[in-house]
Design a protein around this ligand. Structure first.
Ligand SMILES: *[C@@H]1O[C@H](CO)[C@@H](O)[C@H](O)[C@H]1NC(C)=O
Ligand SMILES: *[C@@H]1O[C@H](CO)[C@@H](O)[C@H](O)[C@H]1NC(C)=O
Length: 305
């Protein structure tokens, strides 16, 4: 009964094929060939081939790299799986079948175009194929490093630091952030990429600026972060934190400053003072946001305790 329904279904779909799809009726739907755009040297990659034979029998699934066949799966033959050795990878047979191949020990030579080709048995002998491109990248052994810099700065000091990401392929893209905000391009300097003997690349980007009030956070510190990225496959960051030498002096000058002093600097001084004071006493920081008068009153109250 079941086979009768299946047989009549295939007759009907064959018939529909004829009248609806005319010349373009393969009888195989190749739904997706999944090839990762990037893979990592020394690691594995799983390539997938998703198809629907629409009731027909599978004759073969073949995989090609740059036009050279390296894998063949024939369910109807005594030896279902055949692997051809090619430079750049090994096929993990236990993790390969009619729908996927797993490659291991990837090298730069594994970069290329991977094509999956699916064929059905007689009588249709239909064949369809599709491909994806994979690039093998070499990741750095360690995250980016920051050279130079000091633990403390005051306004007007020169910050001069480098961020380096070593030996990768392709070279890493480096970005600088000051207190979490992307650094202005005018403050950064991209140095020439250095090449190692193994044909890998080392990137260095410098960050140089004169310390201005806006470079300190509300809490009086300066966080310099750099990130190194490679394609969409690698992202690592490093951060160094410096503090404002003059924090304490700002705190004092706040109360000595004339009432009509510049709005910006007094606001900054205020923020630094809050941070300094808040951290040296047990008062919750929230109370300190009421305004200058409140704080002065509380300050005086503390003095008289
Ligand atoms: C940053 O790197 C450049 C290029 O290698 C070098 O000339 C410069 O002295 C370095 N600066 C610091 C602060 O390390
Ligand atoms: C390193 O190689 C790249 C191309 O692969 C080249 O553009 C660059 O100038 C080379 N750097 C040095 C320092 O030779």
């Amino acid at each position: 009964m079941g086979s009768l329904i299946m047989a009549s279904t295939s007759v009907i779909s064959g018939f529909l094929c004829l009248i609806l799809l005319a010349s373009n009726c393969h009888g195989i739907l190749l739904q997706n060939v999944g090839v990762p755009s990037y893979a990592v040297q020394g690691k594995e990659a799983v390539l997938t081939c998703d198809y629907d034979l629409e009731g027909q029998a599978l004759y073969s699934v073949k995989w090609y790299k740059n036009g050279l066949e390296f894998f063949r799966f024939l369910p109807g033959s005594a030896q279902k799986m055949t692997v051809y050795a090619r430079p750049g990878f090994f096929v993990v047979q236990e993790q390969s079948d009619a729908f996927q191949v797993t490659l291991k020990d990837l090298t730069m030579k594994s970069t290329g175009r991977y094509r999956c080709e699916v064929s059905t048995e007689a009588p249709s002998f239909a064949t369809v194929s599709n491909y994806g491109d994979m690039v093998v990248v070499v990741l750095p052994d360690s995250g980016p490093s920051i050279q130079g810099g000091q633990p403390r700065y005051e306004l007007g000091d020169d910050v001069d630091v480098n961020c380096t990401s070593k030996a990768s392929k392709p070279a890493a893209d480096i970005f600088w952030f000051i207190n979490g905000e992307p650094a202005d391009e005018a403050l950064t300097q991209v140095y020439q990429i250095q090449n190692t003997s193994r044909d890998l690349h080392t990137s260095t980007v410098g960050l140089k600026f004169k310390v201005a009030p806006e470079h300190f956070s509300e809490r009086g510190d300066m966080k310099l972060k750099c990130t190194a990225t490679i394609a969409s496959i690698y992202w690592k960051s490093n951060e160094k934190s410096a503090e404002n030498i003059k924090q304490k002096r700002d705190f004092q000058s706040l109360y000595e400053a004339p009432p009509d002093s510049s709005g910006l600097s007094s606001t900054l001084g205020f923020n630094h003072a809050v941070s300094k004071w808040g951290s040296s006493s047990s008062l919750p920081v929230k109370i300190l946001t009421f305004g200058r008068q409140t704080i002065i009153v509380m300050f005086i109250a503390l003095l008289f305790q």
